[in-house]
Ligand binder design. Structure first.
Ligand code: NAI
Length: 482
């Protein structure tokens, strides 16, 4: 079976880039990405391709190549469902904020709405592809909705989790480590559906990298991959705290253990804590699933990854207060970076949100600079926490367009995202325009500590002993501290 028409429901961080690459590599397939969010679709269709709603290196070029040729963005969901032989579901699956499983389980409301809409609209057989990250056995629930409310149409359900990382999405999609497709290999229709999806990817991915498994393994592999990745971050962060108490250097430890081929060097960078829309929600979901089977030890094991991450964010913020002589009340603190990682404008679950909230509770005056995140997003993130009213958030926290404006007259700077441009700043200039002592908290360990100390900064990094400013600078700083 050769697919000619694909629809993807959900034009977000996954649906947009994934479909752009599928369209780029399969010019003979018409790919329509639909969403109920009109502004988002309008931005995907913006004449100026630089205004598409998601920032990812290389994405605008791919969209420019395929958009209008065989890649379309639309709000006409029914029409796109009707026309497609294959429908990807790539909608959000956040943690439930109400009812049973609140704060733990994945909220499958949007998934179910999609299934019901497909069931209502479809007049011909369709292949449904789970692209969203879902709890294991969701395909079963989808099938029962589709089979019971449909129009006598046959649906094949495949699981095809997405492993791209934000910030490198286009590279990851062009050269994936593997593509995973879970399908029903016990039926002829299941085999045909699986092969149809294999063929879509085979346009640019070598066949040995395309794995086919049963549906449940595929669904659970995605949760497992995210749990393992997040676990590595929490593990090295746990060691970073021990380093700070013992004089060991966490960067040296990462290098030493990363050269062990059984461990490998990736995801061993100590930091202020992981963020992003996926790690926390997927682990909580895993914990919830384990608990629902009565597997309490399994649940506790994975929950500890989240507990450690929350601890890391909190202790970073606490350290700022302690170091600034136990009070930040009325002090200007510059936050460099708000995105959850570099090269993305995504801020979901970013450590910066929690650090800012903690410091605002301590009555700090915060100024934020991020090269890609807009002020309205920063305020929306803070308002969502509900710690104080929106007006107070806007009074106490300011967003600026230039890093030097953020740092001017600041008591301290905290680096919260590892944007490359931060390394290239004129730190001497920044030092000169700050209040003294000039404190710097590097939550990503990206800056040159020795250089900063020579300039006069008092630097705190993760998992390393604090570096005091040089003696000579200390004397002049105190003299000018006023
Ligand atoms: P997102 O929130 O950026 O995008 C989801 C989109 O779906 C939204 O624009 C929303 O308006 C739309 N939507 C929801 N219900 C709809 C409906 N009934 N009809 C039409 N549109 C609808 O979410 P994102 O980040 O793209 O994630 C989607 C899924 O992919 C999630 O399950 C996530 O766990 C998973 N995932 C995300 C990754 C990431 O890096 N963001 C990586 C791998 C998987």
């Amino acid at each position: 079976m050769k697919i000619k028409n694909i629809c993807c429901i959900g034009a977000g961080y996954v649906g947009g880039p994934t479909m752009a690459v599928i369209a780029q590599k399969n010019p003979e397939i018409k790919v329509t990405v639909v969403d109920i969010n009109k502004e988002r679709i309008a931005a995907w269709n913006d004449e100026n391709v630089e205004n598409i709603p998601i920032y990812e290196p290389g994405l605008s070029a791919v969209v420019a190549e395929a958009r209008g040729r065989n890649l379309f963005f639309s709000t006409e969901v029914d029409k796109a469902i009707d026309e497609a032989e294959m429908i990807f579901i790539s909608v959000n699956t956040p943690t439930k904020t109400y009812g049973i499983g609140k704060g733990m389980a994945a909220d499958l409301k949007w998934i179910e709405l999609c299934a019901r809409q497909i069931a209502r609209v479809a007049k011909e057989d369709k292949i449904i592809v789970e692209k969203s990250t879902l709890p294991v056995r969701t395909a079963e629930a989808l099938k029962s909705i589709l089979d019971n409310t449909g129009n006598g149409v046959n649906f094949q359900i495949l699981s095809n989790p997405e492993f791209l990382a934000e910030g490198t999405a286009i590279d990851d999609l062009h050269n994936p480590d593997r593509i995973l497709i879970g399908g029903d290999s016990s039926s002829k229709a299941g085999k045909i559906a699986t092969q149809a999806l294999v063929d879509v990817y085979a346009s640019w991915v070598s066949e040995e990298k395309i794995l086919t498994t049963n549906v449940w393994s595929s669904e659970l592999s995605k949760l497992t991959a995210n749990a393992f990745l997040a676990q590595r971050v929490s593990s090295i962060n746990a060691m970073s705290e021990l380093c700070e108490h013992t004089g060991a250097d966490v960067n040296e430890i990462s290098r030493a253990i990363g050269m062990d081929s059984r461990i490998g060097p990736k995801f061993l960078k100590a930091s202020v804590g992981f963020g992003g829309s996926c790690f926390q929600k997927d682990i909580l979901n895993l914990v919830y699933i384990a608990k629902s089977f009565g597997l309490n030890e399994v649940a506790d094991y994975w929950e500890q990854v989240i507990i450690m991450n929350d601890h890391q964010k909190r202790r970073f913020a606490e350290n700022i207060v302690k170091t600034l002589f136990n009070t930040v009340s009325g002090k200007k603190i510059a936050l460099l970076g708000w995105a959850f990682k570099k090269d993305t404008n995504d801020t979901r679950e970013s450590a910066a949100i929690y650090v800012a909230d903690y410091l605002l509770n301590e009555r700090a005056e915060i100024v934020v600079y991020d090269p890609k995140v807009k002020a309205e997003q920063i305020y929306a993130d803070l308002d969502y926490l509900g710690s104080r009213n929106p007006e107070e958030n806007r009074n106490l926290l300011k967003v600026v367009e230039k890093p030097y404006t953020a740092c001017k007259d600041a008591h301290a700077i905290a680096v919260l995202t590892e944007w490359d441009e931060f390394k290239a700043y004129d730190w001497e200039n920044i030092y000169n325009c700050m209040l003294k002592p000039a404190f710097l908290f590097d939550g990503r360990n990206i800056l040159d500590r020795k250089k900063l100390a020579n300039l006069g900064f008092a630097t705190n990094s993760i998992g390393l002993p604090a570096v005091q400013m040089s003696k000579e600078k200390k004397l002049t700083s105190l003299a000018t501290a006023g």
